[in-house]
Design a protein around this ligand. Structure first.
Ligand SMILES: [Zn+2]
Length: 341
């Protein structure tokens, strides 16, 4: 016992000074406005805006609305600057170096109102940031334009096409960090929802899967240069595991870091993928499978459900229990169909 303890203390004495030597580097992601209360102890009330009559937690990311049955895909960050008419005027800045991917200047076309999407490469990862409810988008922004981290791209506002609108006291920027699901979205949408309008092409909300920006910003704040996006993504809690009989879909090429090796599939040929999804439908582990490893004939097969996670975060409604058996909902089927299309 005492021997072990002394070895442990020896290790600690060795590790601690080394940890202290880590050189500070520029963070991968910056806050999109001057509101930095996220990093202050007890600052949540000054950082997040809740929905009408609800606490600040309803302005955070996740299953935070309708008793957990509705997902809020981003952070609602409180306004800090106002003009004489009490309208928000906070400059909204790029969270990281990137290029303009898309913007919507017609508030009537989206519940996001006026919004901008930027494309970034962080640790080799293609990741997108979205800024919504803007009053004004910088006039020279156009797809492909390069922007620097911290560069102003827009002004905070209250634009949205929802009937209830956004009141002056709830003025905020809605901020997302997303991964793009499928480059063939427009074709999939036409096939799956014939006749329905898709005003935003690839940049339809259904084609973006959100990460929790709060967790990323806080982890990065605590870890400094040691923060790695891939490590963060690996820490997702699994909601369910499925197999898909598809071998060539864009996610595999866009995010190959998520694929785990399987010698049997390499040897026999890949017939499909086993995929772990988090509560939000984010595919964060993909394992190639040989035909001999796949069960059943269905294109998509549900293998398992983490019931505790489904109970905690049910908002995406990907799985449901029928007669004591778990199955994918239509939404779950659709999500996997789009992923593997
Ligand atoms: Zn929001």
């Amino acid at each position: 016992m005492s021997c072990r303890a002394s070895v442990f203390h020896g290790l600690l004495a060795f590790l601690l000074p080394v940890a202290g030597l880590a050189a500070p580097a520029a963070p991968a992601f910056q806050l999109p406005t001057a509101n930095a209360a996220l990093f202050e102890k007890g600052g949540e009330e000054r950082f997040f805006v809740g929905t009408v009559g609800k606490p600040w937690t309803s302005g955070t990311f996740g299953c935070v609305r309708s008793e957990g049955w509705q997902v809020h895909e981003g952070l609602d960050i409180r306004c800090r600057q106002r003009d004489k008419k009490n309208e928000p005027t906070d400059p909204v800045a790029a969270t990281a170096d990137g290029t303009v991917a898309y913007f919507n200047a017609k508030p009537s076309l989206s519940n996001y109102g006026r919004y901008v999407i930027l494309r970034h490469l962080v640790d080799g990862w293609e990741i997108y940031s979205l800024y919504a409810h803007l009053s004004e988008i910088r006039a020279d922004l156009k797809p492909g334009l390069a922007v620097k981290s911290g560069e102003t791209i827009a002004t905070m506002g209250r634009s949205t096409n929802t009937r209830e609108g956004i009141s002056k006291d709830r003025a905020h920027v809605h901020f997302e960090l997303d991964l793009l699901i499928n480059d063939r979205f427009a074709t999939w949408y036409q096939k799956t929802l014939p006749g329905q309008r898709n005003d935003h092409g690839l940049w339809n909300g259904q084609n973006l899967v959100g990460l929790d920006p709060r967790l990323i910003l806080l982890e990065q704040h605590a870890q400094g240069a040691k923060f790695k996006l891939l490590q963060h993504l690996g820490h997702q809690t699994e909601l369910c595991r499925v197999t898909v009989r598809a071998t060539n879909f864009p996610w595999l090429k866009r995010y190959p870091q998520l694929i785990q090796p399987n010698p049997r599939a390499t040897q026999e040929g890949i017939a499909g993928y086993e995929i772990a999804l988090n509560f939000n439908g984010l595919p964060f582990v993909l394992i190639p499978r040989a035909a001999s490893e796949l069960k059943g004939k269905a294109k998509v097969q549900l293998l398992s459900v983490n019931e505790a996670e489904q109970k905690k975060n049910p908002g995406r409604r990907l799985v449901t229990q029928r007669n004591g058996r778990w199955e994918l909902t239509t939404r779950g089927q659709n999500a996997l169909d789009l992923l593997s299309f």
